[in-house]
Design a binder for this molecule. Structure first.
Ligand code: FES
Length: 159
């Protein structure tokens, strides 16, 4: 698996990628959700000139990340889940939280910590104005995997 990175100006999509939509449509919409390869609900979003892709349902309790705000915490761009405000980095899918330095100190001081990767991030490729996602098939379990089931998909559809 030490193959060199493909050139960034490649003219055909990666072999195992899935078409999501036209780049201009995704840029305009800002957010697009899609069932990729019949098995994975993926959120593709455009922010500050960059496309990102991740599992659509928040690792905490399955919240709809497509309705989350994007904010910077600790120098990292995060999506903030609309349900319980968990912060997930766009680049790595890390869960961030604020830890208290010293519970006895007043006023309380906090610093940002990472819980590690919690949300599965997928690879986005743009080729000739078309956007493709390559699913992250890492065999390492990620907490957001829990919500990628038929049962959950049905629940979402039924509101
Ligand atoms: Fe996302 Fe709880 S479901 S923060």
């Amino acid at each position: 698996s030490s193959s060199p990175h493909p050139p960034s100006s490649c003219s055909s999509p990666p072999p195992d990628s899935h078409f999501i939509g036209k780049q201009k449509d995704i840029v305009e919409a800002g957010r697009v959700t899609k069932l990729v390869n019949g098995c994975r609900d993926v959120l593709v979003l455009y922010h500050q000139g960059q496309l990102h892709a991740m599992d659509m349902c928040c690792y905490h309790s399955g919240g709809p990340l497509q309705y989350g705000d994007i904010e910077e915490f600790n120098g990292k761009l995060c999506i903030v889940c609309p349900w319980h405000k968990y912060k997930i980095t766009l680049a790595e899918g890390e869960g961030l939280y604020q830890a208290v330095d010293n519970p006895m100190a007043k006023p309380l001081k906090t610093h940002w910590c990472s819980k590690g990767v919690k949300q599965r991030i997928h690879k986005v490729t743009e080729v000739n104005g078309d956007v493709y996602v390559t699913l992250n098939n890492s065999s390492e379990a990620t907490e957001s995997d829990v919500y990628q089931t038929e049962r959950y998909r049905t629940l979402l559809l039924n509101g």
